[in-house]
Design a protein around this ligand. Structure first.
Ligand code: GLN
Length: 238
């Protein structure tokens, strides 16, 4: 895979096997940046080869992994994650986790790449989906909250920093008081929640990778996409 020269467009792929890939595409195509952005829907190893970075959308992590295997993409995706920036939203975040709890019976395949353990569907089922305003560190106009949409979202259970990996950087935490009262799987009591509890983390970075447990592509706000391109993608192709 050759590195683009500065004057060329940067190619960002979106894994387009299942889930909210069209919504990511719509936001990326409207981003106004100095660098020209070329957006590719990735369905084959050849599509992936064109990309400088990748977004793995929300949807269903088990289905995405199964379709990736059928498309001959699992190996190429694992290799891609080792060398290029990847952002996983919700199901995509599950795929990027080092390990998960609540996996499908019989197990499910992951790509790995980010040193965290997540609990799949950790805030409960579809009916316990919720929305909450979030503060996102380093985002444009960061004092204006970002609208977080959580749909059967994973919960970050633990971080596994290691001197041999890039450091983990917390990008956004949810206030425990904004969590739905009905959530059952991972009770977080507003009164005795340690502000450093990993379960309150909803977005983080590790090296060139980004993870969000919510869905920025389901809003009209392009700031999270801009953040990924500016902070993770452009520095890695410069
Ligand atoms: N719970 C889903 C999964 O396991 C993720 C849900 C989502 O992406 N909105 O993949």
């Amino acid at each position: 895979m050759s590195q683009p020269r500065r004057s060329e467009a940067v190619t960002v792929g979106i894994l387009a096997l299942q889930g909210a890939f069209v919504e990511h595409q719509a936001i990326l195509q409207k981003l106004s940046l100095r660098t020209r952005l070329h957006v590719v829907l990735v369905r084959t190893p050849e599509d992936l080869q064109q990309c400088d970075a990748l977004i793995i959308p929300g949807g269903e992590s088990t289905t995405i992994a199964l379709l990736a295997r059928l498309a001959g993409l699992l190996g190429p995706l694992r290799e891609f994650v080792r060398v290029k920036p990847v952002w996983g939203t919700c199901a995509g975040a599950i795929l990027l986790a080092q390990s998960i709890e609540g996996a499908k019976k019989g197990g499910q395949e992951l790509l790995g790449g980010i040193s965290v353990t997540v609990q799949r569907n950790g805030w409960g089922s579809q009916v316990e989906s919720f929305e909450a305003p979030l503060e996102v560190e380093g985002m444009r106009d960061h004092e204006r909250p970002f609208h977080g949409v959580f749909i059967r979202a994973p919960v970050i259970l633990s971080l596994h920093p290691s001197p041999s990996d890039p450091p983990i950087q917390i990008v956004s935490r949810i206030s425990a008081s904004l969590l739905p009262r009905t959530q059952t799987l991972v009770p977080l009591d507003e009164d005795d929640t340690d502000p450093r509890d990993p379960r309150t983390i909803v977005a983080l970075r590790q090296g060139r990778h980004l993870l969000s447990t919510f869905h920025p592509e389901l809003t009209k706000d392009d700031r999270f996409h801009e953040y990924f391109v500016r902070e993770c993608v452009l520095p890695s192709v410069a």
